[in-house]
Design a protein around this ligand. Structure first.
Ligand code: GLC
Ligand code: GLC
Length: 637
């Protein structure tokens, strides 16, 4: 617990320090900044105290953090300051049925940042209002984990452009009503980051930015409780650095060095990088690998309370110096742990890996019971926050459902994960899927799955077999999954290229820097010729493009889909998932058939209009859905 009176004294000291430091500012500016500091200072101090109270100089770091925040705010453009005020008035601006997300790699989608700008008409054609550009900052040239090894947060990776391009892009996107999302890889830097280079050369100040161990004694003690993320590439969470001979904590790859947040200098330095990016006009920072940022001996070093404190501290700083900036969390862990990161004080937006994995699970089993259980028990987040619901991301699919949920409906979790991995990425006979296995861990049998939406959904197989029936099913599966993410609430996120049914790209196997990381199989280059064909409505891609686009724009007419909460509706059919969405007087029942067979349901509701077909449906009687059909039934219409 923090001492209340001491907190008040600390507050007063920091406000005084602001007056001194910024005495030359215009009165109005100073008042506004102080107002924001006053609103958020307690929040910051409580978190810093929780993190650093055992370090007697922690107060000085607190003061420095606020002063740095002030310096950064004074560099913010007029336009961004205006946006700050708008978003303060409307802190749930991202919660709307108008929101549609898209994600792509800058190089694979459009060559460079200027190329991305030239694709704005395409984004608009798809209704996109939130654009996540995959890591675009400086990185080691050869191996860099798709950019998740950042060498400088202030420099764009030269082949993609330069910082002014990013700033310009942010501005142009904003004019077009598109928010810019970029990654803030805050768990680690690359081993070529200036801090890491100085650490390698023996600079003690920077060595303390990372975790160095003279031998494996302590690492081995930690290791007993740690997970391994890339066990096929390297066992354990450490590697021996060539330059110093010491062991360095590197949860992911050898060239990704975990930051030592126990050192308050690291948090201050990262807060400055964060504010720098906010000042370039970035709207949302995707906080990468958030579970891993704090280490504590004897724990698995994931999702520790301090990992939350770190984000809350960064959030308090953002509210002071860049209130238009929002956070999206990337925590691909147990569903309950995922939800813990979501609040206005922490991350306002979060990936929903559970819904993602469970829609695939339902396609494999043709049953919705585990998806339903997960929605029943694990979908809730605070009303002023939003899930990002998605079908595929640039990463693997892990079966992160809750074991308790599975047991409660008679599913044995371990066996089920084994089945799912075999179904999607191995040799399950009768599977429609063409995925690849990712990072098998021989110690515990863990495995994950890679592949594009289309290949995992059966399109690759159907095309290879030239089978009309399978082709139809595959297309229907893709459309069904996107129908779910478009209707379930939160921000739906399109993995750009899915609208064309892009297949697996096996060429990564010939690249020595990518080989062995099967995630590259679904990181394809955008096929713009195909996009032209699709836009004309021709061929398989045309069918998918047309149907997804139609549903995207229909979603934008249905305010109930912007509401984050759902109410499950009983369908009396194990293959069909239904939920009710409400906003004001609008009530829409969404019904999804996860099997290729026709299904009958009974929900004892009233008559409504299926917005997808414009036919009236009587939900008070028996309703028949064709294979993989969805209905968006607006009641009372
Ligand atoms: C996140 C990214 C993933 C990356 C990892 C390490 O999980 O999504 O692609 O490998 O963090 O940065
Ligand atoms: C993430 C996840 C893990 C994923 C990995 C690499 O942080 O926790 O499931 O496989 O990064 O993609």
């Amino acid at each position: 617990m923090i001492h209340e009176k001491a907190l008040r004294r600390t507050n007063r000291r920091i406000i005084k320090a602001i007056h001194q430091e910024f005495s030359t500012w215009k009165k109005g500016e100073l008042e506004l900044f102080i107002h924001r500091v006053e609103l958020n200072l307690d929040k910051l101090l409580v978190q810093l105290h929780a993190l650093y109270h055992d370090q007697p100089d922690w107060y000085f770091f607190a003061e420095k953090m606020v002063i740095e925040a002030g310096k950064s705010w004074s560099k913010r453009t007029k336009a961004l300051k205006k946006l700050d005020e708008e978003r303060e008035r409307n802190p749930t601006w991202f919660k709307s049925h108008q929101m549609i997300g898209g994600v792509c790699y800058v190089d694979l989608f459009a060559g460079d940042l200027k190329g991305i700008e030239s694709k704005i008409p395409y984004f608009k054609e798809l209704g996109i209002t939130y654009l996540h550009l995959m890591p675009l900052f400086d990185r080691p040239k050869d191996e860099n984990d798709g950019g998740y090894a950042v060498s400088s947060y202030r420099k764009v990776y030269p082949p993609l452009g330069a910082m002014p391009d990013l700033k310009h892009l942010a501005k142009v996107l904003k004019k077009e009503g598109i928010s810019l999302v970029v990654d803030f890889v805050n768990n680690h830097t690359s081993d070529e980051h200036e801090w890491a280079m100085k650490a390698k050369s023996g600079d003690e100040f920077y060595k303390d930015f990372y975790f160095f161990f003279p031998d494996k004694t302590i690492p081995n003690q930690y290791e007993q409780h740690l997970r391994e993320i890339f066990p096929e590439i390297r066992r354990g969470n450490y590697h021996q650095n060539k330059e110093t001979g010491e062991w360095v904590w590197s949860t992911f790859r050898n060239f990704q060095w975990d930051l030592n947040y126990r050192n308050p200098e690291v948090l201050i330095a990262m807060a400055q990088e964060m504010l720098y990016l906010a000042n370039q006009g970035v709207d949302v920072l995707r906080l990468d690998a958030v579970p891993f940022t704090w280490k504590e001996m004897g724990t698995n070093c994931e999702n520790l309370p301090q990992a939350h404190s770190l984000i809350k501290a960064l959030n308090a700083v953002a509210r002071m110096a860049a209130p238009a900036l929002y956070f999206k969390s990337e925590a691909i862990v147990h569903p309950d742990d995922v939800a813990e990161y979501v609040s206005q004080e922490e991350c306002q937006i979060s990936y929903n890996p559970t819904v993602m994995a469970m829609i695939w699970e339902s396609l494999a089993t043709r049953e919705v019971k585990l998806l339903k259980k997960s929605l029943e028990n694990r979908f809730y987040i605070p009303g002023d926050c939003a899930w990002v619901n998605y079908v595929r991301s640039h990463d693997d699919i892990g079966w992160t459902f809750s074991d308790e949920d599975a047991y409660s409906i008679g599913i044995f979790p371990e066996g089920h994960r084994y089945f799912l991995n075999h179904f999607f990425a191995k040799d399950f006979s009768g599977s429609f899927s063409k995925g690849q296995p990712f990072q098998y861990n021989p110690t515990n049998g863990d495995l994950r799955v890679c592949g594009t939406t289309a290949s995992l959904a059966g399109l690759e197989q159907a095309l290879a077999l030239n089978d009309e029936g399978r082709l139809k099913d595959a297309i229907h599966r893709i459309v069904l999954m996107y129908s779910v993410v478009l209707s379930i609430g939160g921000i739906p996120l399109l993995y750009l290229g899915d609208e064309l049914g892009m297949l697996n790209d096996y060429s990564y196997e010939n690249d020595p820097h990518k080989k062995g990381d099967t995630r590259w199989v679904h990181r394809f280059s955008m096929n713009w010729d195909e996009a032209e064909i699709a836009k004309k409505g021709e061929g398989v891609s045309g069918e998918i493009f047309h149907e997804l686009k139609r549903r995207i724009f229909l979603r934008k007419e249905i305010p109930a889909f912007g509401n984050g909460s759902i109410e499950l509706v009983e369908t009396h059919n194990p293959h069909v998932l239904a939920y009710l969405k409400e906003e004001g007087k609008q009530k829409v029942v969404v019904i999804n058939n996860f099997s290729e067979q026709e299904q009958e349901i009974r929900c004892w509701l009233s008559i409504g209009l299926d917005r997808l077909t414009n036919y009236q449906v009587d939900l008070n009687g028996t309703v028949v859905l064709s294979g993989y059909q969805s209905m968006w039934v607006e009641l009372g219409k």
